[in-house]
Design a protein around this ligand. Structure first.
Ligand code: SF4
Length: 148
């Protein structure tokens, strides 16, 4: 099982925002820089997370991104499933489709393994992911100069 880069970036962004200090809202650029990823990639991730209601943009001077209550309470399994969509771990219906696809025991087992992967994440919220040592390290990551 391998998460898409998009989902990985989303989980990183959520973790980064989970350790923001009160009244401190990093910008998309700051989150991207702290995670060492291109701004354009992080901007797409942020847009999707906003649509899901997981993060919100705070306006005004010193404004930036913040987790919503939904973002704090959400199951990481739900978030990963939502971002990954219905993709199977193998492309049975690819081009060309696999000739075994209608009668493949391996396909069924891989689906079970995929579900087990998500079930491991289901009971976790972001708070579970930013305990020590992760949270303290997140706080030390450079965010570079603040956007004007
Ligand atoms: S062998 Fe089974 S699991 Fe692999 S691609 Fe074909 S149908 Fe899918």
């Amino acid at each position: 099982m391998r998460l898409t880069k998009f989902t990985d970036l989303a989980l990183r962004a959520v973790m980064r925002l989970a350790v923001s200090e009160q009244d401190s809202y990093p910008t998309t650029r700051e989150v991207a820089e702290s995670m060492a990823v291109p701004y354009a990639h992080m901007a797409k991730v942020v847009t999707r997370l906003q649509h899901l209601g997981v993060i919100e943009a705070r306006r005004g001077r010193g404004g930036g991104l913040a987790l919503t209550e939904l973002g704090r309470q959400s199951s990481m399994g739900w978030l990963a499933r939502t971002l990954e969509g219905d993709e199977e771990v193998v492309a049975c219906e690819g081009d060309p489709p696999c000739p075994l696809r209608t009668a493949c025991r391996l396909r069924g087992v891989l689906r079970q393994a995929q579900e087990a992967f998500y079930r491991t994440l289901d009971p976790l919220t972001v708070a579970d992911l930013v305990g020590s040592p992760t949270g303290p390290v997140l706080l030390t990551l450079s965010t570079g100069p603040r956007d004007p």
